[in-house]
Design a protein around this ligand. Structure first.
Ligand SMILES: [Zn+2]
Length: 328
């Protein structure tokens, strides 16, 4: 028995969730606002405490947890070889303009978690979403695919020849920061002007239209001409970003999630496909877009998928035990 129980953490800029699961599926889930004060160790220590709490809730002895999967907001840096978080939504010491109540320049996530868990996998939230969609969702048995989120930000998880890409610091897939427009003045949270995220993020689309992005996309869906023009422009930029990924990695299937796509993927898909297919047919022939099968649960399932033992996967595909997390 090498894995009686596994645990998972989903660490975001605003909240953190912990889950514990057995071979039968997730047993319990707890979520809390992410800690943003104290020492740089405070956040990973909050994660360990939350795992203890979720084990207690599920009646699982905490020393029975064999492996931990962590899906986290990026980007990452390496400190003495270990992954540390360098996220502007958590670390107040990264920019002079931050209003966070800390001066952290990085968070020693892997170092602290490894003090307790030897079997530990940490990936950013889009990479873990990709791992989950490949294990349980829309792209099982698809070796050349990418997970893309389109919400307040834009991020990718990339898979080529059946291998999930990670890169030197685990930041492969930060293609939301690919530069697309020299003339557009939109600024991304990373500081770039005219990168993909700056052009299509919920924040940017909202700024252009002077209304919340959710409202803008809804008006566009209903046929409001001005809203439609702004949304179509964003869809064109988004399609251009996907084209660049196809041209670079020879991707066949994009599985797309995030709040914009969850609500509006039905009518945005043809616009994005048109942008991809209008370019270099030798590269773009056969490219397809699928909606994320795990929907709103992709973050939770993503964290779990990083720790799930191979031999549990076939049964989970059948029983879809994560669905009960929707009510947890
Ligand atoms: Zn950027």
């Amino acid at each position: 028995m090498n894995a009686d129980y596994i645990a998972a953490l989903d660490i975001g800029g605003t909240k953190m969730a912990a889950m514990v699961a057995s071979r039968e599926g997730p047993l319990a889930r707890i979520s809390q606002p992410s800690i943003k004060s104290g020492t740089p160790r405070s956040l990973p220590e909050q994660g360990l405490a939350l795992i203890d709490a979720v084990c207690e809730k599920a009646g699982v002895p905490k020393n029975a947890v064999r492996a931990l999967g962590v899906a986290s907001a990026g980007p990452f840096v390496r400190e003495e070889g270990a992954i540390a978080l360098c996220s502007p939504n958590l670390c107040g010491g990264l920019s002079g303009a931050s209003d966070l109540p800390n001066d952290w320049k990085s968070i020693p996530l892997e170092k602290v978690l490894r003090e307790r868990y030897e079997r530990l996998a940490i990936d950013n939230d889009c990479v873990s979403a990709l791992v989950a969609e490949r294990a349980f969702g829309a792209v099982i048995d698809e070796p050349d695919c990418a997970y893309v989120t389109w919400s307040t930000g834009v991020g990718f998880g990339l898979c080529v020849d059946g291998r999930v890409l990670r890169g030197k610091n685990g930041n492969a897939g930060h293609a939301g920061h690919m530069l697309l427009s020299e003339v557009d003045e939109s600024v991304c949270g990373c500081g770039n002007r005219g990168d993909l995220e700056a052009l299509v993020s919920g924040r940017n689309v909202g700024n252009r239209s002077h209304m919340p992005a959710a409202e803008l996309f809804q008006k566009a869906r209903e046929g409001d001409a001005q809203a439609r023009e702004i949304a179509e422009r964003a869809a064109n930029w988004f399609g251009r970003g996907l084209y660049n990924v196809v041209a670079t990695l020879d991707t066949r299937t994009f599985v797309i999630g995030g709040s914009v796509w969850l609500h509006h993927g039905d009518w945005l898909t043809p616009l994005v496909m048109r942008e991809i297919e209008s370019r270099f047919p030798a590269l773009t022939g056969g490219v397809r877009i699928l909606p994320a099968a795990l929907g709103r649960l992709v973050a939770d399932v993503g964290a779990l998928a990083l720790a799930v033992p191979e031999e549990w996967i076939p049964a989970w595909r059948q029983s879809k035990p994560w669905e009960k997390l929707a009510n947890a």
